[in-house]
Ligand binder design. Structure first.
Ligand code: DGL
Length: 293
């Protein structure tokens, strides 16, 4: 089973792409809706929350987890992979959503030798919209800069957007906010439009139409869910140890929040009816049996 984790609803955008790309895999989704959103929390808090969520998913027998949250990937993933995993779960793996984005933008595989000089003729400007902690981490500019120093990266924090999406706010209210963030990004570029926009928070594809409407026409918006799905497909082809045995069923959905509310909004965001269960309840044998984990 493959776990997919996000602070809340955002990871559903990634899960949707994963299920479409890998229909023969069993996925389990966990949204930490009780603690959402993560983007304005401290790095230590984000690390602790993420580690706890990883434990929950490993407890459901996931051997591989995709952290479908840029905030966790940018602030905590390296620490989870290098310190916690080898010490506590050496046979399990955690992947993030940052690597596929950086590889797609730079055209340089993550583990490749880094280029020693800029590629002549390629001078792109990329605008990254993300949470406050993702922006503060500088993960995108640093990792892109190592591989493609000729690319200019402009970051724009959108500190209120994920919370409004989590709350199911009216599109008109969110449109005002998105326009403000786009204007702030354009100010940073002194009115010059970027070549490419990256929605560096998995919540934002849920309001991609608002970004399209607010941005100057003709700017490419990279699809993180599609890129993550492509990358996981390639990873699994090289890692048969994560092959599933047994029947594949529709994804299972868990939340640390209020399941009825989360199921209603989650169905809307996922695009088909889904039923979330409370994560803690799976620890009781009766519930584990009823959902056949
Ligand atoms: N969806 C998450 C991300 O990709 C986090 C949003 C939040 O919890 O603030 O960054």
């Amino acid at each position: 089973m493959i776990g997919v984790f996000d602070s809340g609803f955002g990871g559903l955008t990634v899960l949707r792409a994963l299920v479409d790309a890998l229909p023969d895999r069993q996925f389990v989704y966990l949204g930490d809706h009780r603690a959402a959103t993560y983007g304005n929390r401290s790095r230590d808090e984000i690390y602790d929350l993420a580690r706890h969520a990883m434990e929950e998913l490993f407890g459901l027998d996931c051997r591989l987890i995709v952290v479908a949250c840029n905030t966790v990937a940018a602030t905590s993933l390296r620490r989870l992979q290098r310190e916690w995993l080898p010490a506590c779960h050496p046979d399990r793996r955690i992947l993030g959503v940052l690597v596929p984005m950086v590889e797609a933008i730079t055209g340089v595989p993550w583990m490749a030798d880094l280029p020693t000089r800029p590629i002549a003729g390629r001078k792109q400007t990329i605008a990254v919209f993300a949470t406050r902690q993702t922006v503060l981490s500088n993960a995108f500019p640093v990792e892109i800069g190592k591989r493609a120093p000729e690319v200019t990266v402009v970051q724009q924090a959108c500190p209120k957007l994920a919370s409004l999406i989590e709350a199911g706010a009216a599109p008109a209210d969110m449109a005002v906010l998105v326009r403000r963030y786009v204007e702030a990004m354009m100010d940073q570029l002194q009115g010059h439009a970027p070549d490419v926009v990256m929605l560096g928070c998995t919540h934002y594809p849920l309001v991609a139409d608002l970004f399209s409407a607010a941005l100057p026409r003709g700017i490419e918006i990279l699809s993180q869910p599609t890129l993550v799905a492509r990358s996981l497909t390639a990873y699994l082809a090289h890692h048969p140890e994560f092959d599933d045995c047994g029947d594949v069923r529709p994804p299972l959905f868990f939340t640390s929040g209020e399941p009825d509310i989360v199921s209603r909004l989650g169905s809307q965001f996922f695009g088909r009816p889904v039923i979330f269960r409370t994560i803690g309840q799976t620890r009781t044998p009766a519930i584990r049996e009823s959902i056949a984990i």
